[in-house]
Design a protein around this ligand. Structure first.
Ligand code: NAP
Length: 303
């Protein structure tokens, strides 16, 4: 079978694309390697998606997924290892299988950035986590730290302050990047201490995290912690594209305003593309633009 479109990535950008394509009666295969709904499914509370004053990320992501299924989007789990284009058709490789389509919308999002310090890799799942809402419950009554100063770090620290006994927030600058309203709430929390101008030097622990060693304004400081939540941004999931489409210096896909790349029929949408604002609403916005442009392109192709 040759699909009209293969959408890679089942987060809000990919799901929005798939919904628009199906409503234009195009055949769609949507491939996801983790959870349909994407990153947002780990947010306990979403309060900035119009139409929903408050909804959990999991519920919102699930609703988007169900909507796509009801419209007839074909979905599958799998990790895409390679994409090629031959004779106006794309070949998308998943394991030992190959799927073909006339267009591809690439919406794989981004993954958590790693600290890159000693013992980090070894202790992932043994005290180091990149998802407070997924793993926070394991640290009930314990001492944890959150590294980062953006909205994710602030959200994580707020969430953990209701679970853990003590939360340290470690940020490399003297001001937070996260929304001032949320930062103000965080600063009011009695069990939260913010350590500013601090970078992580090392994590100590054999089979479990025991301590974190910081460099605070040039001085070393060691904290006893049971858990470390890393929230220092994202890196785009584009390694398989390196020889296929142009990426910027940080690995994000370059697109024009129509979300086209330099490869005809290959679109990028959501957090994976080069842009300024990465939000749920801008992901669905991207999914809409990419799919509408893809539909126009498909309609110009001869059968
Ligand atoms: P982010 O906004 O890029 O923030 C990353 C934070 O990590 C920054 O404070 C940065 O420090 C710090 N950092 C980066 N690399 C580091 C390193 N190697 N070592 C130590 N610290 C490092 O990422 P994010 O918080 O994941 O948010 C991503 C996007 O999603 C943002 O647009 C954010 O607004 C959005 N978001 C929104 C919500 C919400 O509205 N509820 C929730 C979560 C995320 P500097 O500040 O010094 O650069």
């Amino acid at each position: 079978m040759i699909y009209d479109c293969i959408v890679i990535g089942g987060g809000p950008a990919g799901l929005s694309s798939a919904i628009y394509l199906r409503r234009a009666l195009k055949s769609v295969l949507l491939i996801e390697k983790g959870v349909f709904g994407g990153q947002i499914t780990t947010s306990p509370k979403v309060e900035n998606y119009p139409g929903f004053k408050e909804i959990s990320g999991l519920e919102l992501g699930t609703k988007m997924y169900e909507q796509s299924k009801e419209l007839g989007v074909e979905t599958m789990y799998g990790e895409v290892s390679k994409i090629t284009k031959n004779e106006d058709l794309f070949q998308v490789f998943v394991g030992d299988k190959q799927y073909q389509s006339k267009v591809v919308i690439y919406a794989t999002g981004a993954s958590p950035r790693k600290l890159g310090v000693l013992n980090e890799e070894k202790l992932v799942g043994s005290g180091i986590s990149y998802c407070a809402t997924c793993d926070g419950a394991f640290f009930k009554g314990k001492t944890v730290c959150v590294v980062g100063g953006g909205n994710t770090a602030v959200d994580d620290a707020l969430y953990l302050s209701n679970v853990a006994q003590k939360v340290y927030v470690i940020h490399r600058r003297d001001t937070f990047r996260g929304e001032p309203v949320k930062v103000a709430i965080l600063k009011e929390k009695e069990n939260v201490s913010c350590i500013m101008n601090a970078t992580v030097k090392e994590v100590i622990g054999d089979s479990q995290v025991k301590q974190i060693v910081l460099n605070v304004k040039g001085k070393e400081q060691t904290l006893d912690v049971d858990g470390i939540f890393v929230a220092i941004g994202q890196v785009p999931n584009t390694t398989i594209l390196e020889d296929f489409v142009p990426l910027n210096d940080n690995g994000y896909i370059k697109t024009n305003l129509q979300l086209e790349t330099s490869v005809a029929g290959f679109y990028a949408a959501g957090d994976v593309r080069e842009k300024q604002v990465r939000q749920l609403t801008t992901a669905t916005n991207d999914g809409t633009i990419a799919s509408v442009m893809a539909i126009e392109y498909l309609n110009t192709l001869k059968d």
